[in-house]
Design a protein around this ligand. Structure first.
Ligand SMILES: C[S@@+](CC[C@H](N)C(=O)[O-])C[C@H]1O[C@@H](n2cnc3c(N)ncnc32)[C@H](O)[C@@H]1O
Length: 260
């Protein structure tokens, strides 16, 4: 998305908005097929006895749409493996956690706490059930903290954090979520990473005075698995953090995104 020229990006941004009330329904069919194929190959739910694969398109008010689609598990593993986490210090926060796929994968990393913020009560309850069922031997963090609430009302703590976003909301909400994070980082400077999968509104992060991009990756022909990672200034010290540089792109895959 960031590789498109600004005019094309503007033209395609609206139609490619998975959360749109009209086009969201069309994308739902696509997402349904995609998730079905992905579950057949990765068998995430089949292996763990969870319910994370099937997309959900809910509409509770005229203007309120909950579109749940799970992130591809292997993409979350790939991204989190690339972040230099100090064990048991970082909080993982998934804004728009849906059925909890990203929370479950994050629990295989040494986070101090895993927070899920989800507006839909129905999806929030499914995520709570999934957490009870997900007990792989490789799990490193079982300190889950799930909230059924609007992302705009979430207050960050004092800990270093990884904020995970898989296309959870439209532009205006994302703008406010980022502004809240920036205010928190300015008030209490600490290490922080923002992982944004399917980064259709990445320009909001590009304009940040606090965050800067350290990584871009994901298969070129799978826009839903492309991602960017941003770091707060204090989190990107040195080469270890994977500062943005062609040698740090996920070019191991021949279809990885390398243009920016
Ligand atoms: C594409 S799904 C992401 C699911 C999950 N993060 C994952 O990776 O598997 C987006 C989720 O964001 C939720 N959402 C949308 N707007 C929200 C808001 N304002 N506050 C909290 N959650 C929201 C939707 O209900 C949906 O479950």
């Amino acid at each position: 998305m960031a590789a498109l020229n600004p005019l094309l990006a503007k033209v395609f941004r609206g139609p490619l908005d998975l959360n749109g009330p009209v086009l969201g329904r069309i994308f739902y069919l696509f997402e349904y097929a995609r998730s079905y194929i992905e579950e057949r190959s990765q068998a995430f739910d089949a292996r763990f006895g969870t319910d994370t694969s099937v997309p959900v398109f809910e509409r509770d008010q005229k203007t309120s749409v909950h579109f749940y689609v799970p992130t591809t598990a292997s993409v979350i593993y790939q991204i989190l493996s690339s972040i230099p986490l100090q064990p048991n210090q970082y909080v993982f926060v998934d804004m728009g956690s849906g059925k909890g796929r990203a929370l479950l994968v994050a629990s295989e990393f040494p986070f101090a706490k895993i927070v899920g913020i989800e507006r839909s009560d129905h999806l929030h309850r499914i995520a709570e059930e999934n957490i009870k069922r997900y007990k792989p031997a490789s799990q490193q963090c079982a300190a889950f903290d799930l909230h059924c609430m609007d992302a705009l009302d979430y207050s960050y703590g004092d800990e270093p954090l990884v904020l995970f976003l898989f296309d959870p909301f439209g532009r205006e909400i994302l703008r406010n979520v980022i502004a809240n994070l920036e205010a928190s980082l300015k008030a209490r400077p600490r290490e922080a990473y923002v992982v944004y999968v399917y980064p259709q509104y990445e320009d909001l992060l590009q304009n940040s005075s606090v965050l800067h991009r350290v990584r871009v990756g994901g298969p070129r022909w799978q826009p839903w698995s492309q991602y960017v990672v941003y770091a707060a200034s204090t989190a990107a010290g040195g080469d270890q953090a994977g500062a943005e540089n062609p040698s740090h792109h996920d070019v191991g895959s021949d279809s990885a995104v390398t243009t920016m």
